[in-house]
Design a protein around this ligand. Structure first.
Ligand code: SAH
Length: 370
């Protein structure tokens, strides 16, 4: 029986053969259909998924709990076609940026950020972005296309392939290229594969954060995913948000966004996170900090201040350190937990808002791969 796709990550035919199915493009229902069509017992679905997501094999021949005959049968039907080896950019601060080539020739970036014992991966959900936020390189590229679930998951599998023995990724943040909630179905399917403990990557949901520029109508769907939510507010008035994030604020004006945040069911022992990019002379005044504290009143949250990461030809500037410290101090006095995000990976254009390419600009120096 053919089960209709749960997501648009529909079975993909391999490049190397016009008839073979790419196993990484199948969701669990499609994998089960394939197993059923081959006349195999249902538990084989789990075994195949485990090989892909837990052992990260790239060759059906390596599925050693399938008989040789079954591996040959599967090999005639299907392949495991992961993304090609990434080009790596190594920052002086230890951050690694991965440039991944997709099948259609487009590229997408992902960043691995070590911090003491912790290792955070910043994951992309679109090539380019739906939105047009003026302070973000990805926003200047326009939207090339949404990533498929398997292209999202492959960013994590690829990073895991690169880790030294004993290292592991401690958190995933969907803060790379694109607007995650504008690609919700693929994001949700990717999260299923990343968090399933029986056959998937097994990543704990509480260590995953989705960051949105403010698709307020989607917030209740995010709540159902069981992961953490971060909202990029970036402005203390509607006028400011109109100027800095025009498309977003037109689609979901600031008052609607704040109402959706107030209604958001924040799980016990967790906080909502608000991100606020600090732009010199735009939104970094003491008055902004006071207004921001009023906007957030009554919401259980913490605030992440992100000093602007500069990129070529950008009209914006990063505020001076004392201005950042003063902004933080005001919010702290108002009772908020406030963190200033370290601008990691700036030398390889791997920091927040620096992912992507502008016409005529080179991506970054210090390539050390593929
Ligand atoms: N579209 C999502 C996720 C991608 S951006 C969102 O907007 O949340 C991730 C974070 O980086 C957001 O908080 C965004 O406001 C911030 N950001 C974008 N460009 C930046 C830049 N040049 N410098 C610092 N932070 C930036």
């Amino acid at each position: 029986m053919w089960i209709p796709p749960a997501c648009t990550d529909v079975p993909e035919r391999s490049m190397t053969s016009s008839v073979r199915t790419n196993l990484v493009s199948l969701d669990v229902e499609h994998m089960a259909s394939l197993v059923e069509r081959l006349g195999w017992p249902a538990y084989r679905t789990r075994q195949i998924l485990q090989w892909i997501y837990q052992h990260r094999i790239r060759d059906i021949g390596g599925m050693s709990n399938l008989s040789l005959t079954d591996r040959e049968t599967l090999g005639r039907e299907a392949v495991i076609e992961r993304l090609a080896s990434p080009t790596l950019f190594q920052s002086a601060d230890g951050t690694k940026k991965f440039l991944l080539s997709l099948k259609d020739g487009l590229t997408v970036e992902s960043v691995l950020i070590p911090d003491g014992e912790r290792l955070t991966q910043c994951v992309s959900t679109q090539v380019g972005c739906t939105l047009d936020c003026g302070f973000c390189v990805t926003g200047q590229m326009g939207l090339k296309r949404n990533l498929k679930a398997h292209e999202i998951v492959d960013q994590i599998l690829t990073a895991q392939d690169q880790l030294r023995p004993g290292d592991r990724i401690s958190s995933l943040v969907f803060m790379g290229m694109g607007e995650p909630l504008a690609n919700f179905d693929e994001l949700s399917e990717a999260l299923t594969r990343l968090t399933d403990t029986e056959w998937g990557v097994g990543f704990p949901k509480r260590r995953i954060t989705i960051s949105t520029a403010g698709f307020s109508g989607r917030l209740h769907d995010v709540a159902g995913l069981g992961v953490n939510l971060a909202v990029s507010l970036n402005a203390s008035t509607s006028e400011q948000r109109d100027r800095l994030m025009p498309m977003m604020n037109r689609l979901h004006p600031l008052p609607d966004l704040l109402a959706a945040c107030r209604a958001y069911p924040i799980p016990a022992n967790r906080d909502l996170t608000f991100e606020y990019v600090l732009l010199q002379g735009e939104n970094d005044a003491a008055d902004d900090a006071v207004r921001l504290s009023r906007l957030l009143r009554g919401i259980r949250c913490k605030v992440n201040l992100i000093p602007f990461n500069e990129f070529p030809d950008s009209p914006f500037r990063r505020p001076a350190d004392p201005v950042i410290a003063a902004f933080r101090k005001i919010l702290r006095h108002k009772g908020y937990d406030v963190f200033v995000r370290q601008n990691r990976g700036r030398d390889v254009l791997g920091a927040c808002g620096q992912l992507g390419t502008l016409p005529g600009k080179t991506v970054a120096s210090h390539s050390i791969g593929p």
